[in-house]
Design a protein around this ligand. Structure first.
Ligand code: PMP
Length: 402
């Protein structure tokens, strides 16, 4: 019997497990002729999330933290329960010493940290590391903080994160050389939204030392692999609910009160997205029951299948790491994202051709920062509902265009 490298689950068991999960996504099963390959932008939702939303809106819908009648109290409790669920999901070792703040997604989460928290950490001459070839959402807010502080007479230095461009990974050795005692804050991404690599966050901690704050953009890792703040020594985790099976416009920031001031989002934030928060609780519960370790194994295997064939087709260039390395590779590991170009067909045209065959992919610049790719590409991004058959069909269409 065939077994997976890092577990005793057989491939056959994994396939059966996946079939049962895929069957829980009505939009997927309702469109067997289409293949949704754009989960990095937004994910599809399982029935359990749709049910939780329906139940909430038809039994308890009210505002949170305001009224004193039962529906309002219940809504307030649901919001608090979601905070606790997220802490458990992230394996928060010290829940009394952390905060959970709900947002509309990763962008708002990172911007809130930059606007409301980071200025309180920094003094004149401090340095921050900015990942200049990652998503714009993880670049712009930090540059805005630098400008805002400069207007008040506090000058901080922005150190561009060094990259190893061929593999789409950070250059951890160069980062270790760059970071010094004034390097107070390091913004990083867990899984790169273009190159698909797991960015080896434990090596970032090794490179920058024990005192620097690390802020993790987990937009492409929450729901795709286990994300444990017991194991990752990071101070912030920001992510989007819509990319992790919850409703659009939901998300959260988790903050550890360990390095620097407490994270207290400023200002009056108004009515929270209660239904989004309810959907997030249901999504996290579903993901935990499914097992993020298995989801990772599944999507990594699909991405490896796609990468390994595609990079042998002369007509295509695969961006980032060229191999799908084994689970324990110290170098780089591709997660469920594969981005590529056809050497002659433009990315927009290729996206259009692929949709004519039923494949929904993303083809543009993927909101990557200025130090990233100069030309457009096609991105295939996977979740647990995607299948081997979808990958094989995609590969056969791509091969005919070679
Ligand atoms: N960071 C990364 C790595 C992303 O992939 C994305 C979305 N593509 C974002 C941030 C922004 O997420 P959102 O639009 O949900 O705020």
């Amino acid at each position: 019997m065939t077994t997976c490298a890092d577990d005793t689950t057989t491939i056959e068991e994994l396939r059966k497990w996946q079939r049962a999960l895929r069957a829980q996504f009505p939009i997927v099963t309702g469109h067997p002729d289409l293949a949704y390959l754009d989960s990095a932008a937004t994910s599809q939702k399982p029935q359990a999330v749709l049910d939780a939303v329906h139940t909430y809106l038809t039994t308890t819908n009210a505002n949170a933290g305001r009224g004193t009648y039962p529906w309002a109290n219940r809504t307030t409790s649901l919001v608090e329960e979601t905070r606790d669920r997220l802490r458990r999901f992230l394996e928060d070792p010290d829940p009394q010493w952390s905060a959970v703040h709900f947002t509309s997604g990763t962008t708002e989460g990172l911007r809130t940290i930059a606007r409301d928290w980071l200025p309180g950490l920094l003094t004149d001459g401090d340095e921050i590391v900015v990942p200049v070839a990652d998503h714009q959402a993880n670049i712009q807010p930090w540059l805005d903080t630098q400008r805002q502080l400069a207007r008040q007479g506090t000058h901080i230095r922005v150190l561009p994160m060094p990259y190893q461009h061929a593999s789409g990974d950070y250059d951890h050795n160069a980062l270790a050389q760059l970071a010094g005692p004034r390097t107070r804050f390091v913004a990083v991404t867990h899984v790169h939204h273009v190159y698909g690599g797991n960015m080896n966050i434990h090596r970032i901690r090794q490179a920058v030392g024990p005192d620097a704050v690390i802020c993790l953009d987990a937009a492409q890792s929450i729901g795709h692999l286990p994300v444990s703040v017991t194991r990752l020594d990071v101070d912030f985790v920001a992510f989007s609910g819509h990319k992790s099976l919850a409703l659009p416009g939901s998300g959260a920031v988790w903050a550890r009160h360990a390095r620097g001031p407490e994270f207290v989002p400023g200002g009056w934030s108004g009515t929270p997205n209660t239904v989004g928060i309810v959907s997030l609780a249901a999504a996290l519960e579903w993901l935990q029951a499914a097992g993020t370790d298995r989801i990772e194994r599944w999507t990594v295997a699909l991405a490896a299948r796609l990468t390994d064939v595609l990079r042998r087709l002369d007509a295509y260039e695969v961006l980032g790491c060229q191999t799908s390395l084994a689970a324990d590779s110290p170098v780089q590991r591709r997660q469920g994202i594969v981005t590529f170009r056809h050497r002659e067909i433009g990315a927009g045209d290729l996206g259009f051709i692929l949709f004519s065959h039923g494949f929904m992919v993303r083809s543009d610049h993927h909101c990557q920062g200025g130090a990233g790719e100069k030309s457009e590409s096609v991105r295939v991004s996977l979740h647990v509902y995607n299948t081997v058959e979808e990958i094989d069909r995609l590969l056969s269409v791509l091969a005919t265009l070679g």
